[in-house]
Design a protein around this ligand. Structure first.
Ligand code: FA5
Length: 338
């Protein structure tokens, strides 16, 4: 029996199998129950012992080699079929994948939480109030009775004649003082709305954080001390601050806190506008005695200070953002920078 010829013949059949189905047919023809090699192995029994031993070893070696060839051919054909399948479906597995978009926290929310953390470290509590407010809390209790001209500064959207979208977080001061007797040391974050013409520093819905301290012997010096500390904590000690006299019906005396503009460095630009190198971030002052009386606190016994800051303005100054409208536009090119 010519074993090498048999191997060569089997090898050619295996190589010629053009797909997995044909290869299976070749395997059955060689190694199946009625296969060529199986028949030869079976016929060994009829040979004399010496010859059987000799030929048996050769035939078993041949079978092992054929099995190796079959396995190799099977692997090649499987790979070919996968590639052809992908090509048929138009899939190119060598192209880079499309990475899924990863979300991130909004820069404004990050700033609000940073401000909250700063005040928590200074010993303040966090108190919240409603965004839809009564006229009484938004205006009247804050020393602005009906027809008071200062109401014009905080024109808003009315739900009914007495119910409105709050124009500042100051009404939460009143709610806080009504519920808690002094000493009070709290901040009150939240959204506010105004009937406002939009520009690079003005939105009609924006985020304020109110601050209120009421206790015995609280003075304007305490207010300045706390706000200077706050500015240093958020911006670092190199940013300059300036207190400018101002007017609010619910504080006396009143001031606005300006911070030097990081976009232009102080020469004046679109961001600080007519501020000429300064951007206003908050209004503040000592709580007006009449406001304390409105909530039943004796102004002879207790004094306090309050402030209300715009969170967008703080974020603009911190990250040199030139236009406040960017916060609400949802433009990924802007949001991805933070
Ligand atoms: C007030 O809202 C007062 N309630 C602040 C206050 C609280 C004074 C307690 C005294 C005591 P004003 O309208 O100036 O004040 O707004 C306060 C801050 O909110 C501003 O300094 C500014 O940072 C921000 N702000 C005001 N209007 C807008 C607006 N249209 N868009 C974005 N931020 C604004």
């Amino acid at each position: 029996m010519d074993i090498p010829a048999l191997f060569h013949e089997s090898e050619q059949k295996i190589c010629r199998a053009a797909n997995l189905r044909e290869l299976e047919e070749v395997r059955i023809a060689l190694l199946g129950k009625k296969g060529q090699l199986t028949g030869l192995l079976r016929s060994l029994a009829e040979l004399p012992l010496q010859e059987r031993k000799h030929l048996g070893a050769d035939l078993n070696g041949l079978r092992e080699n054929i099995q190796i060839l079959l396995a190799e051919r099977q692997r090649t054909l499987e790979e070919e079929e996968t590639t052809q399948g992908l090509a048929r479906e138009g899939i190119d597995i060598t192209l880079p994948g499309i990475p899924p978009l990863r979300g991130r926290r909004h820069v404004l929310l990050e700033t609000v939480e940073e401000i909250e953390d700063a005040f928590l470290r200074l010993g303040f509590d966090i108190v919240e109030g409603p965004e839809v407010e009564w006229d009484y809390y938004n205006f009247e209790a804050l020393n602005m009775p009906a027809e008071h001209p200062a109401r014009d500064m905080w024109d808003t959207f009315y739900i009914t004649e007495r119910m409105l979208l709050r124009t500042h977080t100051s009404p939460v001061q009143i709610r806080c003082m009504e519920e808690t007797p002094p000493p009070i040391r709290a901040i009150m974050p939240g959204l506010v709305a105004r009937h406002e013409a939009l520009d690079s520093t003005h939105m009609d819905v924006f985020f304020q954080i109110e601050g209120l301290v009421v206790d015995k012997g609280i003075s304007f010096a305490n207010l300045k001390g706390i706000l200077d500390l706050f500015v240093a904590m958020i911006f670092g000690s190199e940013r300059k601050t300036m207190f400018v006299p101002s007017y609010f019906p619910f504080t006396e005396p009143s001031a606005e806190l300006m911070i030097s503009c990081g976009v232009c460095g102080g020469s004046g630009c679109q961001t600080c506008g007519h501020g000429g190198g300064w951007l206003e971030v908050l209004g503040c002052g000592q709580v007006h005695p009449q406001v304390l009386r409105n909530v039943g606190i004796d102004p002879e016994a207790f004094t306090g200070f309050a402030f209300g800051l715009g969170a967008e303005r703080v974020a603009m100054l911190k990250y040199n953002i030139p236009d406040i409208r960017l916060f609400a536009e949802n433009d990924l090119r802007f949001l991805e920078q933070f």
